[in-house]
Design a protein around this ligand. Structure first.
Ligand code: 1OR
Length: 301
């Protein structure tokens, strides 16, 4: 009989599809688990999905420096996770890829163990957006396009899409490249707090950083009976304890129901480096800058 399921477009495209399963020694399996453990794209998979993705990944040794794993403009076939070694990423903005030795373009990023690359072409059915070259002998794990789209895209990449638009409106992140914001989107967790609940308690150790998606939160300090500050949509808090490795300097309480995007300490350190100076400059506990002194040149002696 025709089941309702076969009418569902998502399942009817390829009802018999099962992910490829590449046998691995227990040593390989352990290495692979370690390589993906630090990658945000894998943290939201359920047990079945995780087992399927791990089974489908294939080891790809890169024996030397200077090997092009991905060529800008090519059709996307695999998504890669770095187990060891390192890679430089180049973008040729002219699009004239065959034009002489400069065809590779300028270096825009590099990546190492736990990082991944090659997702854009698979996500958007677009040509490769960059060229990726090894800078030493390295080990990669490769995930085929179909498994990537069937399993990883449904979970992790919905989060990326959902947060990309919101993060564009966050003033703190406006100086970042869109691709840097996408990486942050991958690492965010959504949290909701009812009105009146304590999100951060003064004196606690800092584990996460927060960006406010909706609602209002207020900041309190012990010994002061009124809020000392407030946070609204697009604002952030929780950075000081992480930046300074100090206990929470104040409490933050939900005034209305609030929705937050939280970023763990690890992601904060890996992804917010480029805006660290902005956060330090905005530090609300910092002494206000001194009034510029008017120096009367004639009075100098
Ligand atoms: P892909 O499938 O297009 C190349 O293959 C990969 O390089 C790409 O996926 C990303 O995983 C990775 N712009 C485009 N691709 C980048 C970039 C990047 N960084 C890494 N990749 N940047 C923008 C440059 C204007 C660098 C942003 C820091």
């Amino acid at each position: 009989s025709v089941s309702a399921e076969s009418l569902n477009p998502a399942t009817s495209i390829n009802d018999n599809w099962t992910p490829p399963s590449h046998k691995k020694t227990s040593e390989q399996h352990d290495r692979l688990k370690k390589a993906v453990s630090g990658n945000f794209l894998f943290t939201h998979l359920d047990e079945d999905q995780s087992a399927q993705v791990l089974g489908a990944l294939v080891e790809k040794p890169i024996p030397a420096k200077g090997i092009k794993v991905i060529q800008q403009g090519d059709v996307g076939d695999y998504f890669y996770i770095v187990e060891s070694g390192s890679f430089d990423i180049f973008v040729n903005k002219s699009g004239k890829l065959e034009a002489g030795p400069d065809g590779i373009g300028e270096k825009v990023a590099s990546c190492g163990p736990g990082n991944s690359f090659g997702e854009l072409a698979l996500m958007y059915n677009a040509p490769r957006a960059a060229t990726v070259v090894s800078t030493e002998s390295s080990m990669l794990w490769a995930l085929d396009r179909v498994t990537f789209r069937r399993i990883l895209m449904d979970s992790a990449f919905q989060r990326r899409r959902m947060y990309e638009n919101f993060l564009e409106e966050v003033p703190l992140l406006s100086s970042l490249k869109p691709y840097e914001r996408s990486k942050i989107a991958d690492a965010l967790e959504t949290q909701k707090y009812p009105a009146g609940s304590v999100i951060i308690r003064e004196g606690d150790p800092g584990e996460a950083f927060f960006i406010l998606e909706s609602g209002t939160a207020e900041v309190f300090k012990k010994g002061v009976d009124k809020p000392i500050n407030f946070v609204e949509k697009g604002g952030y808090f929780g950075e000081l304890a992480l930046l300074n490795d100090k206990p929470r300097a104040a409490s933050v309480v939900a005034k209305t129901e609030v929705k937050l995007a939280s970023l763990g300490k690890d992601g904060f350190q890996r992804l917010l480096g480029p805006v660290e100076s902005i956060m330090r400059r905005n530090d609300p506990s910092r002494a206000p800058p001194e009034e510029p002194k008017h120096v009367d040149p004639s009075a100098e002696l």
